[in-house]
Design a protein. Structure first.
Length: 106
């Protein structure tokens, strides 16, 4: 059986450990909330930047074009048409090239 002093010390120790654990849980929760808020604000900034870029270029008659590297470019309709024709010519040249160099069937 524990003496009254030992029981009191044990209870105080357990209480301190529980309070420390609870304080850590609250700190972690607050940290997570701050990180989520920071991420949300960054996404909001990115959305606004993208909207303004699109508005800026569209006001000048330019259109979004994704090139063969996957990068976005803003081009005039004429530039887009020229790019499309260039891609078609390249594809035709590649298919003709591959036909000339393929091995005959046996």
């Amino acid at each position: 059986m524990l003496s009254p002093d030992e029981e009191r010390e044990l209870r105080e120790k357990v209480r301190r450990e529980l309070e420390e654990a609870e304080a850590e849980r609250i700190r972690q929760k607050r940290l997570l909330e701050e990180q989520e808020e920071k991420k949300r604000l960054e996404q909001e900034r990115e959305r606004i930047i993208l909207e303004e870029k699109e508005k800026f270029y569209e006001e000048r008659g330019l259109h979004k074009y994704v090139n063969h590297f996957g990068r976005v470019e803003w081009l005039t309709p004429e530039e887009i048409e020229a790019r499309k024709k260039k891609v078609v010519r390249r594809k035709r040249a590649n298919s003709k090239h591959s036909k000339h160099h393929s091995r005959p069937a046996r």
